[in-house]
Design a protein around this ligand. Structure first.
Ligand code: PHB
Length: 399
């Protein structure tokens, strides 16, 4: 194959959903993915789907297993030094979130694309993107056997993650990359253990943050705040359990222990690229923006980009109408900034940032906890948090 309407770089949530939605509009595409299918289907990422993402998956025919298997959460708990308050998401928003890990979404999208005879080229590395400022851009790639080839397209989309090649072209031409680094990180573990709690617990404690999440009734996902420079060998199992118990346990809840099967440090970064397009090249998902993991917004933001980009590309390819495509960045950015704000805000209310100056540290902690308590103890505060946690409906555009 040496040409297709849309070349999509990256088989993550953004790339696969884009390919799926374009197919439903009768527009074919090729997805080029560096990793193998097995690697893509195993990568550990966050596990919370906003209601808009759930509705999008259902509406487009990829929500069947999600409806069968996902745990539906109507609330979350926020715990301050062992005292938990439940935020009733459903009461404040009429909506829920689904606990369905990102790799499960990818398994479903890959299966559906392949059943629809879609092209996903795994183990294939993009070397360069050419001519995005012309009417016929192209992508040069290297296959697993080392052979090199070029495919031309009408449009190229970089859904190629946080180290995006496509983004580097846009920033190289003067596009802005607005960034923030946080002075803390998460140490994440996967554990074979029974559920600690039916709903997620976001816990803050003088020692720092912890999160109790889940994957299945037998596999749990826990995080503890750590330093960005920490390495896996600094966190033997005993230290992880000690910190989790200290930060989370209460009269009602004891963190369930089990075999730890995965350990990783997750860096906290925020970034937004503006614009998210140049000529016939577009970026979406992590390629365009990064959020820290606190609100689990990453995948959901990827889906919101695609809910604009898919109909925009379909209109452009089918009707030569490029108006929506031209507006992609300005339509996508307000939602991206809101998610940036929410992730930053939640992070700043829940994490401690010790400086070594005892008086200042105490001041910062008291102020931070006063903010958190104001939010979770008032109707207005709980409503604001709940609404942003479940997210807003995704935009829908006729093609
Ligand atoms: C997760 O389950 O990995 C998870 C859940 C909620 C978050 C972040 C990560 O806010």
């Amino acid at each position: 194959m040496d040409s297709t309407p849309v070349v999509i770089i990256g088989a993550g949530p953004a790339g696969l959903m884009l390919s799926h939605l374009l197919h439903l509009e009768g527009v074919e595409s090729v997805v080029i993915e560096q990793q193998s299918r097995e690697e893509v289907e195993k990568t550990v990422r966050a596990g919370i789907l906003e209601q808009g993402t759930v509705k999008l998956m259902r509406r487009t025919g990829v929500g069947e297993r999600l409806d069968r298997e996902a745990e539906i959460d109507e609330g979350i708990e926020i715990s301050i030094a062992g005292e938990a308050q439940r935020i009733d998401l459903h009461k404040y928003t009429g909506n829920i979130v689904a606990v369905y890990p990102q790799h499960e979404v990818l398994i479903d999208l890959i299966a559906r694309r392949l059943a629809d005879n879609g092209e996903i080229w795994f183990n294939t590395t993009v070397e360069s993107i050419e001519g995005h400022d012309t009417d016929s851009p192209s992508v040069t790639y290297v296959k697993q056997d080392g052979t090199k080839a070029t495919i031309s397209a009408q449009y190229v989309v970089g859904a190629d993650g946080s180290k995006s090649l496509a983004r580097k072209i846009i920033t190289g031409e003067g596009g802005q990359r607005l960034k923030h680094e946080y002075p803390y990180a998460w140490f994440g573990v996967m554990v074979n253990a029974p559920q600690t709690n039916r709903e997620l617990i976001y816990a803050t404690h003088p020692e720092g943050f912890a999160l109790i999440s889940t994957r299945t009734p037998d596999v749990q996902r826990y995080y503890v705040q750590c330093n960005p420079t920490d390495t896996v060998d600094m966190w033997p199992d005993e230290r992880i359990w000690e910190e989790l118990h200290k930060r989370v346990d209460s009269e009602k809840v004891t963190v369930s222990e089990g075999e730890i099967t995965d350990k990783a440090v997750l860096r906290f970064r925020s970034a937004v690229t503006d614009p998210m397009q140049s000529g016939r090249l577009f970026i979406a998902g992590d390629a365009a923006h990064t959020v820290p993991p606190t609100g689990a917004k990453g995948l959901n933001l990827a889906m919101s980009d695609i809910s604009i980009l898919a109909p925009a590309l379909a209109r452009a390819v089918k009707k030569s109408d490029v108006k929506l495509l031209e507006d992609y960045t300005s339509l996508a950015l307000p939602r991206i900034w809101r998610a940036q704000h929410f992730s930053y805000w939640m992070s700043s209310m829940l994490h401690s940032v010790p400086t070594g100056d005892a008086s200042n540290d105490r001041f910062q902690t008291e102020r931070r906890l006063a903010e958190l308590k104001t939010v979770i103890s008032t109707e207005a505060g709980r409503q604001l948090l709940a609404q942003q946690y479940v997210g807003y409906d995704l935009p829908e555009f006729e093609v």
